[in-house]
Design a protein around this ligand. Structure first.
Ligand code: FES
Ligand code: FES
Length: 164
């Protein structure tokens, strides 16, 4: 059984696992993370999303061997209750969840998307989040939350530039 090494939320981790084990199983089963969720298991819903080397990635279908030496970020260490990430803060402000099962996917996809495109148009936000599913129909509030996060992050960046 090969040993796969990668970094998760800033910590080096090593797992002995079948090379084709889905990354999601390693994160939840071996490393006891709670952020990424099992939804469809078929790359169709986004509930399992993590950020791999900067890209939002559906961890239910990516084999663990494919993330050898990668940097993985999960919702588990994105922010804290005292210091939420701006995207988390925006979801709280917009009350953008019902059951919350899909929330991991929307937040992690938005975080990766806003890192790549910090000043998105509304159309670009929709494109960024396309393909994510929410069985509760909370789509509109989550779109508003990502718009809010993008605006807050851009104005914080402007403030930094004007004082720096
Ligand atoms: S559980 Fe991975 S996309 Fe649905
Ligand atoms: S809030 Fe329930 S699935 Fe999206």
């Amino acid at each position: 059984m090969p040993r796969i090494a990668f970094t998760v939320d800033g910590e080096r981790r090593e797992i002995d696992a079948d090379a084709d084990m889905p990354l999601l199983y390693a994160l939840r089963g071996e490393l006891a993370l709670k952020g990424p969720k099992f939804g469809c298991g078929l790359a169709q819903c986004g509930a399992c999303t993590v950020i791999v080397d900067g890209a939002a990635t559906r961890s239910c279908v990516i084999p663990i061997a494919a993330v050898q030496d990668s940097e993985i970020r999960t919702l588990d260490r994105l922010g804290t209750a005292e210091h939420p990430h701006p995207v988390q803060a925006a979801f709280i402000a917009e009350e953008a969840a019902q059951c919350g099962y899909c929330t991991n996917g929307w937040i992690m996809t938005a975080v990766a998307g806003l890192e790549r495109n910090p000043r998105p148009s509304d159309a670009e936000i929709r494109a960024m989040l396309a393909g994510l599913k929410c069985r509760c129909g909370a789509h509109m509030s989550m779109l508003r939350a990502v718009r809010r996060a993008a605006d807050r992050m851009a104005s914080a960046e402007n403030a930094d530039e004007s004082t720096g």
